[in-house]
Design a protein around this ligand. Structure first.
Ligand code: F6P
Length: 326
């Protein structure tokens, strides 16, 4: 096996708070082990457009607390073609990159897996997405910050909901998963949670809201995950309003505000450990895998498992959220 002297690092897909902390860890760990680092800007697009920048330890100073990704990110549909990947491989060789760390979500790991399988490039993936929906890790980088951002917003909405006896439908991110919704719901004492993993009956939801009113609950917060089967928060609010026309309802979509901001300490720690362990794994000869943390231990999951399997939501927690809201 070729000795690894130069490691490339890129961030891909939706940005997530903590990605900068992960890049920093990759750079500092590589330097510690005598390797050079090339940052690739704009994810896989940078491999096609030759957007390479050398990174030294000082390049990542004061980056740990910054949201977003200073390497920038992109979604790169072109990378699905063999032609684009071959062009990327040419550029990787020209730059003398011996191994790669890909920080991103499941789509990014699909691209990474193809680089391993088609060209034999050693690649390790680091899970970075606010959605927390990646199989093979208890937490993804950015999730904790996104939940805290959502919680702050919902606490504020509760003030106004309470002052006016309103029911708020709050849409949080999570295209295919309800992790942000569930944790936000538990943390804010929301009256109901609607997530793609569990079917919601609008009739029962209305009965429940009525019951709560009779118990003198003045406000209501319903957290709706973006990927909810019944539709967006506005669609759900409209269905409820049809059945309960006297209710004052409002809709708030938190949107991309959840992707921004300085990472929490939890995300900084997770990103630092995973970034470090990704580099050590490459130097140990590991490839084609994502590094994650399960029960506080570093674990490696083959890319194809990480992107083809689903991380299950804890259904017990869904029930607990319900019990605590009664
Ligand atoms: O990063 C994941 C995610 O936050 C999803 O929850 C959401 O559907 C998606 O990004 C939206 O991202 P974009 O606007 O970049 O397509």
């Amino acid at each position: 096996m070729k000795k690894i002297k130069t490691i490339g690092v890129l961030t891909s897909g939706g940005d997530a708070p903590g990605m900068n902390a992960a890049i920093r860890a990759v750079v500092r760990t590589s330097t510690y082990h005598g390797c050079h680092v090339l940052g690739i800007q704009r994810g896989f697009t940078g491999l096609l457009e030759n957007l390479f920048i050398p990174l030294q330890n000082h390049s990542v100073a004061q980056k740990i607390s910054l949201g977003g990704t200073f390497l920038k990110s992109s979604r790169c549909p072109e990378f699905k073609t063999r032609k684009a990947r071959s062009a990327a491989w040419q550029n990787i060789q020209l730059q003398g990159i011996d191994a790669l760390v890909v920080i991103g979500g499941d789509g990014s790991f699909r691209g990474a897996d193809l680089l391993v399988k088609e060209f034999g490039l050693p690649v390790i993936g680091v899970p970075g997405t606010i959605d927390n929906d990646i199989y093979g890790t208890d937490y993804t980088i950015g999730f904790d910050t996104a939940v805290n951002t959502a919680v702050q917003a919902v606490d504020k909405l509760r003030d106004t909901a309470d002052s006016h006896n309103m029911v708020f439908f709050v849409e949080v991110m999570g295209r295919d998963a309800g992790f942000i919704a569930l944790n936000t719901s538990i943390s804010t004492g929301a009256e109901a949670t609607m997530i793609p993993e569990v079917q919601t009956d609008i009739g029962k939801l209305c009965e429940y809201l009525e019951l709560e009113r009779r118990k003198n609950k003045t406000s209501g917060i319903i957290i709706v995950a973006e990927g909810e089967e019944q539709g967006s928060a506005s669609a759900v609010a409209a269905k409820v309003k049809e059945r309960l026309p006297n209710y004052e309802t409002r809709v708030t979509t938190l949107g991309h505000v959840q992707r921004g901001g300085s990472p929490t300490a939890n995300d900084r720690v997770l990103a630092s450990i995973l970034g470090h362990d990704a580099v050590v794994a490459l130097l140990d000869g590991k490839t084609g895998m994502m590094v994650g943390v399960v029960n506080n231990q570093t674990v490696f999951t083959p890319f194809h498992e990480a992107y083809s399997r689903h991380r299950e939501i804890n259904k017990r927690w869904v029930n607990i959220a319900y019990i605590l809201s009664l």
